[in-house]
Design a protein around this ligand. Structure first.
Ligand code: NI
Ligand code: MN
Length: 238
């Protein structure tokens, strides 16, 4: 993995990203590696994890939160309801928050922002209330801002996210069906104003049919100059 302006951001497939900051802090965004068919085997084990963020309660975004939480004792940044769920499972290192707030963990700042989705937690055949879905604006030590949208439809609060936080990089779902398709993601990109868009939540399953090429075409139609950087699972932003 080559360093990128002091940080390394690797897509692990689906909605999961692995971030190593300039100061060597390891952040795992939406921990789904073990059962993630898109995650390369060599990326399923970790030497350390300092922080985990969870965007919502669906298994494809937090299935490994308990295992990795118990093993590495990372600060787990999530909403209050997911915090309660993880505490019940014996994970003691959660640090709950809610939308609009910012907290620091491992020298990195996490701002919880709005997302349009659902957040039920499937557990033992029951659905536990998982609070509201969210996205995160991650502010690195050098001020670089990365917006991880989580699972979401396009929504007009993205204009505020763009105006208030001015993200440099936006990690946007484009797969369609459960989230935005490339068409909506292009409108999201226009509101966010990020220079770089990394497509996510596509290709894992046939139903997630949106493609980075389709996103590029939609951006061109809208006249949005953002650069689409399609990664392969296991590949880092460079
Ligand atoms: Ni979801
Ligand atoms: Mn999902």
């Amino acid at each position: 993995m080559a360093p990128t302006r002091g940080y390394t951001l690797t897509w692990l497939g689906h909605g999961t990203f692995h971030l190593v900051t300039r100061d060597g802090r390891v952040v795992l965004l939406d921990p789904w590696v073990e059962g993630n068919p898109a995650c390369p085997n060599e990326h399923k084990s970790f030497e350390k994890i300092d922080v985990i963020t969870i965007s919502h309660g669906h298994g494809d975004h937090m299935a490994d939160a308990v295992t990795l939480g118990l093993k590495f004792k990372p600060t787990i940044v999530c909403n209050y309801e997911i915090h309660l769920f993880l505490q019940k499972k014996g994970v003691t290192t959660t640090s709950p928050m809610n939308k609009g707030g910012t907290q620091e963990a491992g020298g990195v700042r996490f701002t919880m922002v709005h997302a349009v989705h659902s957040s039920g937690i499937e557990d033992g055949g029951q659905v536990t209330y998982g609070g509201e879905p969210c996205g995160f604006v991650v502010t690195l030590e050098d001020g670089t801002r990365i917006y991880h949208a989580g699972d979401t439809g396009v929504h007009s609060d993205m204009a505020l996210i763009g105006e208030i936080y001015r993200p440099d990089v936006a990690l946007l779902p484009i797969g369609d069906h459960f989230t935005m398709s490339p068409r909506e993601a292009a409108y999201a990109a226009r509101m966010l104003g990020a220079r770089v868009i990394v497509p996510a939540h596509h290709g894992t399953f046939p139903v997630l049919s949106g493609t980075p090429d389709a996103l590029k075409a939609e951006l061109k139609t809208l006249g949005v100059a953002a650069e689409v950087v399609p990664l392969r699972p296991g590949e880092a932003l460079s």
